[in-house]
Design a protein around this ligand. Structure first.
Ligand code: CP
Length: 317
């Protein structure tokens, strides 16, 4: 593996899972792989879990880590080619990227959807410039359309907790006051579509995701019906994908919040969310604090996910 921007690049899923469980069992077994190697993590957006778990994963592999928050302390970057740079942006990404590449062996990039152009977001303009101009292996720490390290951690968590071979997974939209990207639900759907699990996506009308991510999932607009018999409830808010509402909040219906009553419709399902989560918007206090909530082990598995991916990239150098 050279670049990792989609869960599809993980290769054989069972092999990847086996490797992840090996990494979890013996986190320091591959310290030699990262010796004298430098990882550069570039954040265009805020982060808690991705920032810490990816650094921890790299340290477990014996790597040195440099972190750059582009919007705090770096020159303001221009991303459009051909513009006359007479504004407040001092440096172009086209110089900045190869310079960054010259300081490291592997680059991780977080660059969310900007909601200025659906085409630019879905063509992953920023992430792809890093792949094109850095000369280094690049992995996504959440880009405009996908969050594959999160998805891999989610899938590891499901594998660890499932009670039958083909659990029913329900990904449910839930309300949120702000416009959030579709990257996490897109990516989760992409990952679950690699399995033979029963997969249902439920959301209000107008929140349909891009068909290439929905894949074989069944869409159910009635949340209560979708939740019936679920083994895992994966809650997430996302903004509208379809035109003319791309990137907009078109519904904040609180009847979609995951509550104890909603969970009672399931097969004693586990509750999952990638975090950060808005309590009593996305999920009630009672559900997130219940024994069925997997949010903390799910976040902890972000180290396993990042370390498994970094290990494979290091082996390819
Ligand atoms: N789930 C996740 O990516 O968390 P952060 O945004 O805090 O990194």
């Amino acid at each position: 593996m050279r670049h990792f921007t989609s869960i599809k690049q993980i290769g054989d899923l069972q092999k990847a899972m086996d490797l992840a469980f090996e990494v979890k069992k013996n986190p320091f077994a591959d310290q030699h792989l990262g010796r004298n190697r430098t990882l550069l993590l570039i954040f265009f957006n805020n982060s808690l879990r991705t920032r810490l778990s990816t650094q921890k994963a790299a340290l477990n592999l014996g790597m040195n880590v440099i972190v750059l928050d582009v919007n705090q302390g770096a020159w303001k970057l221009e991303t459009e080619r051909g513009v006359v740079m007479d504004g407040d942006k001092s440096e172009h990404l086209l110089e900045a990227i190869p310079v960054m590449g010259s300081y490291c062996d592997i680059i991780g990039v977080r660059s969310f959807a900007r909601f200025e152009s659906k085409k630019d977001d879905y063509e992953e303009v920023i992430l792809n410039q890093f792949i094109k101009y850095s000369g280094r292996p690049v992995f996504s720490m959440e880009a405009a359309t996908r969050h594959p390290l999160q998805t891999f951690a989610d899938m590891i968590t499901i594998e660890e907790n499932k009670k039958c071979a083909k659990p029913k997974i329900v990904m449910s939209w839930a309300p949120h006051p702000k416009s959030l990207p579709q990257s996490v639900p897109n990516s989760f759907a992409e990952g679950i579509n690699l399995t033979d699990y029963e997969f249902v996506i439920t959301h209000p009308h107008g929140y349909e995701l891009a068909p290439e991510f929905v894949g074989n999932a069944r869409i159910e607009y009635n949340q209560d019906k979708a939740l019936e018999g679920a083994d895992f409830v994966y809650a997430k808010n996302w903004s509208a994908y379809s035109d003319p509402n791309y990137g907009k909040v078109i519904n904040t219906d609180r009847s979609w919040t995951i509550t104890t009553e909603k969970m009672a419709l399931t097969n004693n399902a586990f509750f999952m969310h990638c975090l950060p989560v808005r309590r009593n918007m996305i999920v009630s206090d009672e559900v997130i604090e219940s024994p069925q909530s997997l949010v903390i082990p799910e976040a902890a598995n972000r180290v396993v996910s990042a370390q498994t991916v970094l290990r494979e990239i290091l082996r390819s150098l």
